[in-house]
Design a protein around this ligand. Structure first.
Ligand code: GLN
Length: 498
């Protein structure tokens, strides 16, 4: 058997079910590994006692003959999901020491399937960022090159999975935060259709965009996790969609009509938006993406040229709408109901001001200012309303494109992971790097990142696949077929595999 940390989700569940190992043994091994690689900065919190209690409970379920695809598998959650066994900070000083009395729906659903929680993972403050360098608790390192960022905002999740600290983790994606860190660390991640996973218990950043999803090493593992995570939760999240739960593991194994063993994707039309393949994308990224697309052709897919003409506008539109919603969501952190309270103040207003100035980091303060500005009387029509109108047009562009193709493909990000600190003082440089992920989020469509090779500095490159609403099964199927024919997703950074 491979080393425990080299096993994926399904492999580990199979080994636990076959009693080749136990959930307790796997959890202890991974907790020790977390300590060994603490310098990556991936974790924010542990609770060994709670983890081992969950693992013992899973082992008891195994002993009683129960089988689920996740039973006994240790994983960890982005620190944006509230958890009753671990503190939750959302990467912010504002919530330092906060203890939730309940678990987020996604956390609860994974636990119900027998997954064991190892702890909480570092992220950009309130999920705002593209490099995980906006966390109040320090940056996260990319295991492929520890001088580089792992991407953001789910950087702790991505680094931990890539470094084999756990077979999978949860993430959230508001404008790319599952796909881009997955791409930067050579793992697989999927952001489902908006509303597919419950937002209940997810610390809110931009409510009309926030969506949870799994990050793992393979599409097959993501499928197993998403099956557990997704599904309606309308009583607790009014934006949760009343769409029946689906079995994504079954979806990836279901052959396409007319497919053959050699050409499993026969008949699949993949649209390539001209705007994603222009001069803005680095040549090393483009060549890895093109090689992956050539592989897709070999698997039977046809490539179709399409256009998403408003791609460039997705940056200003997103950076108006997301801060607008953030400024409203973050108003609850006033030092009274939630969050840090300044030690000394003169009166109520002074208390708000000092508490918020002390506890919110610079990027969060910047977004609150942008958000309140674009929502203010006199600017609302010029900025917020205009952005909402263009958002609708961006969504329509995708629908026109889907008349000619089944999936859309392109790069996830214009470059490989950059050096830690390189863009820290340049918010615009961070915003521009989100160009290929924002439009999918604005349209509410599902998207994923699939490891597709390596670029400059030996850094991983991800291929982005985008589907129409509720086409997660089709996306995962196409990613799985690619992963059956390639091994990019099973490479580990040197020093972190066995
Ligand atoms: N990089 C984008 C931002 O900073 C997206 C973040 C996210 O998806 N949470 O807002």
């Amino acid at each position: 058997m491979k080393a425990l940390h080299d096993l994926g989700v399904l492999e580990l569940a199979t080994a636990i079910a076959a009693k080749q190992t136990s959930s307790v043994e796997a959890a202890q091994h991974l907790l020790a590994r977390a300590k060994q690689f603490a310098s990556l900065g991936a974790y924010l919190a542990f609770n060994e006692e709670a983890t081992l209690a969950q693992a013992r409970a899973a082992d008891a379920r195994v002993a009683a003959g129960e089988r689920t695809p996740l039973l006994g598998v240790p994983l960890a959650h982005k620190d944006i999901f509230v958890t009753k066994d671990f503190p939750t900070t959302a990467g912010s000083k504002m919530l330092a020491g906060y203890q939730s009395p309940f678990d987020a729906t996604v956390v609860q659903r994974l636990a119900a399937q027998g997954a064991v929680s190892l702890g909480k993972l570092n992220c950009d403050e309130f999920a705002m960022g593209s490099g995980n360098d906006n966390s109040a608790f320090g940056p996260v390192q990319n295991p492929w090159d520890v001088t580089r960022v792992p991407g953001g905002s789910s950087g702790g999740s991505a680094a931990a999975v890539a470094a084999r600290l756990m077979p999978a983790a949860t993430g959230t994606d508001t404008g790319g935060s599952i796909r881009q860190p997955a791409s930067f660390t050579g793992i697989t991640g999927i952001k489902p259709t908006y509303g597919r996973c419950s937002r209940y218990g997810m610390v809110a950043f931009a409510s009309s965009l926030d969506q949870a999803g799994p990050m793992a090493r393979s599409a097959a593992d993501c499928a197993a996790l998403l099956t557990a995570m997704a599904g309606p939760d309308i009583d607790r999240d009014s934006t949760s969609l009343d769409h029946p739960a689906e079995d994504y593991s079954a979806a990836i194994g279901r052959p396409r009509e007319g497919a053959t063993a050699a050409r499993p994707l026969k008949g699949l039309r993949i649209g390539l938006p001209a705007e994603f393949f222009g001069a803005g994308c680095a040549p090393d990224v483009l060549s890895a993406v093109r090689a992956a697309l050539a592989e897709y052709e070999k698997l039977g897919a046809t490539l179709v040229d399409i256009s998403l003409p408003r791609t460039e506008l997705s940056i200003p539109v997103y950076y108006i709408i997301a801060p607008a919603e953030a400024s409203s969501n973050l108003s609850r952190f006033d030092g009274v109901k939630f969050g840090h309270r300044a030690a000394k103040y003169d009166d109520l207003l002074d208390m708000y001001k000092k508490s918020r100035s002390e506890a919110f980091g610079p990027e969060v303060q910047r977004r609150i200012m942008i958000g309140t500005y674009v929502l203010s009387h006199g600017y609302y029509d010029a900025y917020y309303l205009k952005a909402q109108q263009i958002r609708r047009l961006i969504a329509q562009d995708f629908q026109s494109a889907f008349e000619r193709c089944d999936l859309i493909a392109g790069p996830v990000a214009p470059t490989v992971a950059w050096k830690i600190g390189e863009k820290s003082d340049d918010p615009m440089a961070n915003y521009l790097a989100d160009i290929y992920t924002l439009s999918t989020s604005l349209a509410g469509l599902p998207g994923m990142s699939v490891p597709a090779g390596f670029g400059v500095g030996g850094m991983p490159v991800g291929l982005q696949l985008v589907g129409n609403y509720f086409k997660e099964g089709e996306l995962l199927h196409a990613a799985h077929a690619f992963q059956q024919a390639t091994d990019w997703h099973s490479r580990s950074p040197s020093g972190f595999g066995s």
